[in-house]
Design a protein around this ligand. Structure first.
Ligand SMILES: [Zn+2]
Length: 256
């Protein structure tokens, strides 16, 4: 990455008060976390049952065949428990501590932003989270992942017998209303700087907040090793891994 680009972004991060950081799978991939399609036991994105992983991890499959859906939910849960937040998650959390107007909008369900110390009141987990586990029928607490992963799947509620599930947004399910409301409210307040990190930007609710900052005259930055739907529209593209660039960027910013 050239020094001038780094310097420009550094200056923007230092000056801005309202900053929107948008994160996707690429950020957690640097923690060794597989994406949906990289889960164990898949071949070309298909489960051994011959389903696309998006179908196995969907709301309709959870209702129709909870054992099948849970087989892959458990894979996700195990993968997240093996991995941990990386330096980029920690750098983002530190930036949020220093900048009370800095928000994180994430597609990731691994909870790594919270584990790294990002304040929950400025964290929008638009695809939900793996915790807390609850009964989908009566809402009773569903215990913890460790106990669940040792027991037969799908996990069942001790009160009513319905299936336990995490508050994650499965494929074909609606986005959490509270998260959307928070996102729209903060977009209305506006941001001076948007940084999209490790997301392929394939969802409108990920692309639109960044473009809105662009239209309002703010600075937009993308950090990604590859080209995405946003690449042609942002002011600055930083090509590379989230972990490398974020550590470099925020390492500088936070050292003053
Ligand atoms: Zn129940």
């Amino acid at each position: 990455m050239d020094e001038r680009t780094l310097h420009t972004v550094l200056r923007a991060v230092t000056r801005a008060e309202r900053i929107l950081i948008v994160t996707g799978a690429g950020l957690s991939a640097d923690s060794g976390l597989p994406t949906y399609r990289g889960l164990g036991g898949l071949y070309n994105g298909l489960t051994e049952e011959g389903l696309p992983i998006e179908a196995a991890l969907s709301g309709p499959t959870l209702r129709r065949d909870p054992a099948l859906c849970w087989k892959y939910l458990a894979e996700l849960g195990r993968a997240c428990r093996r991995a941990a937040p990386n330096a980029a998650h920690h750098a983002i959390a530190e930036l949020q501590r220093r900048k009370p107007g800095c928000w994180v909008l994430t597609q990731n369900i691994d909870g790594f932003h919270r584990r790294a110390g990002s304040p929950v009141e400025r964290l929008i987990e638009i695809h939900g989270d793996l915790e807390p586990l609850r009964c989908q029928g009566c809402g009773a607490p569903g215990g913890d992942w460790d106990a669940l992963l040792d027991a037969p799947l799908p996990p069942r509620c001790g009160v009513c017998g319905d299936v336990i599930r995490p508050p994650v947004v499965l494929f074909e399910e609606r986005l959490p209303e509270a998260a959307l409301e928070t996102l729209y409210r903060e977009m209305q307040v506006g941001f001076e700087l948007a940084i999209s990190i490790g997301t392929t930007a394939s969802f409108p609710y990920i692309v639109e907040p960044v473009l809105q900052v662009e239209r309002a005259g703010g600075l937009t930055v993308e950090i990604n090793p590859g080209v995405t739907a946003l690449s042609g529209q942002v002011d600055i593209r930083m090509e590379g891994r989230a972990l490398d660039i974020m550590s470099q960027l925020l390492g500088h910013t936070l050292s003053d």
